[in-house]
Design a protein around this ligand. Structure first.
Ligand code: LMR
Length: 407
């Protein structure tokens, strides 16, 4: 009899279980379309050259020490990240009404922000899209929220946004609910509201006194353009909202395992900043004391140096273009094979993922029969598609659909 015998086995984390199964698979043509991590045309991870360059400079700089960072992180990083999100000429930056907190990637920023909202602003309900990144629910629940509710987002029949459902669910949300919004390149659907739709969403959020919490995991990575990918956040700020935004530097800097993130806080009253910062400080202190220095230094160095910054902007264009090319290649291969169904959504969706429309049974068949690892929701990471495997993937989809129900 052990003290631990009452512990129940928790469910596996689907996306990481898929990566492990992929690694353990000996099949030559296996393809990993599970985890959202960039791959080159050769199917290899890519450390951005500008990151390597900065790391070499850091390694040879003997004055660089490894002291603790302040609890809220590296100030030069968090202010550069906040400017990247909002634009350095944003009135809220010029008026000192915005600040950043360095966090453990986007997930850590969501967690710190959510804990603050639950404890300090007594928010009880959070709303997340149906479907959404599967971790939103766990992060917000662990942060102390009473209940997570979903708002309608995806219309399977049109393979597009269920805008009426989305608006109706927001209108019915109790005051002070927190609304998690994907800043761009919605995960998993790759389908974003249009600018006109964002304006209507902002209107409802204002009228119903809801609190917008953006999750920005793909700025620059989605379209190759930093301004375009932050349009929704900047629009809300221009309309006078107080808001939070969790920024991740995993995808756009390729710094997945370095856990570099920022919680941007936009407030209306400067005098409220010191108490808010003091409470955020206590949250961080009580959780992990202070954040790591390495990745944040890399990002800050790049964002603050015009030459390195231009180099990085080239890299984000390289990554986003390759993904767009692979979207075209997959759609073309499916159409060439005459696979039944309309495949235009593969090229109209944006960002890292495509929501193929394959159902759970079909997605599981792709994994089991074809060694093509994808989420059971039908989500595929476009980054895993390469010129070498696109035909194989298209043929596998064809075979899968011929066996099971048509799309
Ligand atoms: C994904 O959605 O695949 C990535 O963001 C990895 C993760 O943490 O789920």
């Amino acid at each position: 009899m052990s003290k631990f015998s009452s512990v129940e086995l928790g469910p596996p984390i689907e996306v990481f279980a898929l990566t492990k199964a992929f690694q353990d698979d000996n099949f030559e043509k296996k393809v990993n379309l599970g985890v959202g991590a960039y791959r080159t045309d050769q199917g290899k991870p890519w450390v951005l050259p500008v990151v390597r360059e900065v790391e070499k400079i850091m390694a040879s700089d003997d004055t660089r020490v490894k002291e603790y960072l302040p609890v809220l992180g590296l100030e030069v990083f968090s202010s550069a990240a906040t400017s990247m999100l909002l634009g350095s000429d944003s009135p809220v930056i010029l008026e000192n009404r915005a600040f950043g907190v360095q966090c453990l990637s986007g997930t850590g920023a969501l967690r710190i922000g959510a804990e603050f909202l639950a404890k300090q602003l007594k928010c009880e309900y959070f709303y997340y899209s149906s479907p959404s990144w599967e971790n939103h629910h766990l992060v917000f629940t662990n942060a102390g929220f009473k209940e997570g509710r979903q708002y309608r987002y995806w219309n399977q029949a049109t393979r597009g946004l269920d805008f009426d459902g989305f608006k109706e669910d927001l209108k019915n949300a109790p005051e002070n609910s927190v609304i998690i919004l994907h800043a761009c390149a919605h995960n998993p659907t790759g389908c974003d509201p249009t600018q006109e739709q964002w304006k209507e969403i902002a209107e409802i959020i204002k009228e119903k006194k809801l609190f917008p919490f953006f999750d920005s995991a793909y700025q620059g990575f989605a379209s190759g353009d930093l301004e375009k990918d932050s349009w929704a956040v900047r629009y809300f700020v221009s309309k006078g909202f107080e808001l939070f935004c969790a920024q991740s530097f995993a995808k756009n800097f390729g710094l997945y395992g370095e856990r570099v993130g920022n919680l941007t806080v936009v407030m209306n009253d400067v005098s409220c900043i010191p108490p808010v910062k003091s409470q955020l400080t206590l949250s961080v202190r009580g959780m992990y004391s202070n954040p790591p220095i390495h990745g944040a230094t890399i990002v800050a160095t790049v964002l603050k140096d015009p030459k390195l910054f231009d180099q990085w902007k080239d890299h984000i264009r390289t990554m986003s273009s390759r993904i767009i090319d692979m979207r075209k290649a997959l759609r073309h291969a499916l159409e060439k094979l005459g696979v039944p169904g309309d495949w235009s959504h593969i090229t109209s969706q944006i960002g890292m993922f495509s929501y193929t429309g394959l159902n759970e049974q079909q997605s599981l068949h792709m994994v089991k029969q074809h060694h093509i690892y994808m989420l059971k929701s039908g989500r595929i990471s476009m980054c895993g598609i390469t010129p070498n495997n696109v035909e194989y993937v298209a043929n596998a989809i064809k075979e899968t659909l011929s066996l099971t129900q048509k799309l």
